[in-house]
Design a protein around this ligand. Structure first.
Ligand code: SF4
Ligand code: SF4
Length: 159
């Protein structure tokens, strides 16, 4: 996947897609949830995460304490050493996040070296099926230009 071309295309269409996401909840059709499910399925038919990994290259998950203990144990490290080596605490949110990108667990073939025990945030990303939709609108707005799957999801839903 040519991520630079994707970024340019998504940036060009961002204002239109954000305007669609900004439509108030009470102005959406009654069967909106069914449309969202169809748009999500269609987006994934044309998106291959292993050809992308843009989330792992340019963003960071928020690590919960459970994530840190689980992954540190797998790596035979103490949670405190895990934090010191790879994480920092975001002052505003208090979340533990990666110090640098790409993620330290991303492999050259775009696979995740801790996939089976990856952070819950990674497992849930890009959150298209989470409910209520309204609570994730801000996430979708932000991710239109970062995640090809979210771009395709919102574009198909708007159509
Ligand atoms: S979730 Fe989105 S950004 Fe991450 S690899 Fe898949 S398409 Fe790319
Ligand atoms: S833990 Fe794995 S899935 Fe999560 S950002 Fe890192 S490489 Fe990607």
């Amino acid at each position: 996947m040519d991520l630079e071309q994707f970024r340019i295309k998504a940036q060009e269409e961002k204002a239109t897609l954000v305007a669609f996401l900004n439509i108030p909840q009470d102005e959406r059709p009654a069967n909106f949830a069914a449309h969202a499910a169809e748009a999500n399925a269609a987006a994934w038919r044309e998106t291959d995460c292993l050809a992308c990994a843009n989330c792992c290259k340019t963003m960071t998950p928020a690590f919960t304490n459970e994530d840190i203990i689980r992954i540190a144990t797998h790596l035979r490290m103490k949670p405190a050493d895990f934090k010191t080596r790879w994480l920092k605490k975001e002052p505003k949110s208090g979340h533990w996040v990666n110090t640098s990108q790409p993620c330290q667990f991303l492999l050259p073939d775009n696979k995740c070296s801790v996939y089976a025990i990856r952070p819950a945030d990674c497992a849930g990303f890009p959150h298209h099926e989470k409910q209520p939709f309204e609570e994730y609108v801000e996430t979708f707005r932000k991710n239109i230009v970062h995640c090809p799957a979210t771009y395709a999801f919102v574009k198909k839903l708007s159509e």
